[in-house]
Design a protein around this ligand. Sequence first.
Ligand SMILES: NC(=O)C1=CN([C@@H]2O[C@H](COP(=O)(O)OP(=O)(O)OC[C@H]3O[C@@H](n4cnc5c(N)ncnc54)[C@H](OP(=O)(O)O)[C@@H]3O)[C@@H](O)[C@H]2O)C=CC1
Ligand SMILES: O=C(CO)COP(=O)(O)O
Length: 340
Amino acid sequence: MSAQARVAVLGAGSWGTALASLLARHGVHTTLWGRDAAAMRGMAEQRLNVRYLPHSPLPESLHYSADLAASVAGADWLLVVTPSHAFRELIEKLATLPSRFHGIAWATKGFEPGTGRFLHELVEEILPGQPGAVVTGPSFAREVVDGLPTAVTVHSDNADFAQTVAEQLHGPTFRAYTGSDLLGAELGGAMKNVLAVATGVADGMQLGLNARAGLITRGLNEMLRLGVALGARAETLMGLAGLGDLVLTCTGDLSRNRRLGLALGRGTPLKQAVAEIGQVVESVQTVDEVMRLATRHEVELPIARHVQRVLHEEITPAEGLRLLLAREQKPEYPEPFPVQ
Ligand SMILES: NC(=O)C1=CN([C@@H]2O[C@H](COP(=O)(O)OP(=O)(O)OC[C@H]3O[C@@H](n4cnc5c(N)ncnc54)[C@H](OP(=O)(O)O)[C@@H]3O)[C@@H](O)[C@H]2O)C=CC1
Ligand SMILES: O=C(CO)COP(=O)(O)O
């Protein structure tokens, strides 16, 4: 019989806890690491993540730790699930540890704040030669931890590592597909958060279902145009990592990014809306990095640009809407359409 696989999940918020719980249920020896020692002790005692997933009991077999070196020691591979703003710091800490693992996966959605660099670029820079993979797709933590059916995708340059990660995540209610387009998969997961703010704003302003469908579709168009300019594959963005997550986050009220938009659309000030959500809302940082990439690659992204102006409080949601509707009439598709 082969030895039991060992994985360390790094980041004990809602998504890290849900993925760790899933791996433990699949028979993988899983340690969930979080930076707050008291919170990790509490989780071990109560078998519950009281702060982030208070209604979902965690499996008996899941291990908890606030000691990064001990969590990583002996792990076959790592799964990083911190917010994007903490990603570099954690990877740099991992680089100082003596432990050797077969690969590093991440389920974080976003870019390095301030540079627009992709997370796989940070891993390549800080841990050169290490196989890397992104786990992404339409997946609310609460539904995953409650065992509701979910499909995600695991993209890597290293097909063996993508397969290992996908096989261990895959289970009776969780389908994990594989792919080899790291850049496209990361871009889809990051951009959908910005577009979810736009549909949230429209719904918060009660603009109707036509507006929501229009924004999702034109948002997908923005994702495709930027993605293809950057070298992503169109099929990645038409799949779980792009369209799938876009639909989920633009329509599902479990989305923090959509809820931010809803609150802004109803007139709640940004600071108050973010504070009331009380969890990571990646779009607040991601929008600047998306626009940085768009400017660098000369791609026009009207929806993302107006979300940025609303999030910077340069314009109100109502002004954003007026400006978007006042744009010139034009063909639906650019020539040639990016999906070949
Ligand atoms: N929730 C979901 O459904 C999904 C989330 N994601 C992505 O997963 C990532 C994490 O989000 P999520 O788990 O939801 O966030 P949460 O808001 O639920 O939790 C954030 C977690 O990150 C921890 N954290 C913050 N800063 C640091 C740091 N510097 N070092 C280590 N840990 C830190 C927090 O610790 P503390 O409590 O001590 O502050 C907390 O445990 C995001 O990129 C998100 O987009 C992707 C798919 C689904
Ligand atoms: O990425 C997610 C679902 O796939 C979670 O979305 P939010 O971060 O908007 O809650």
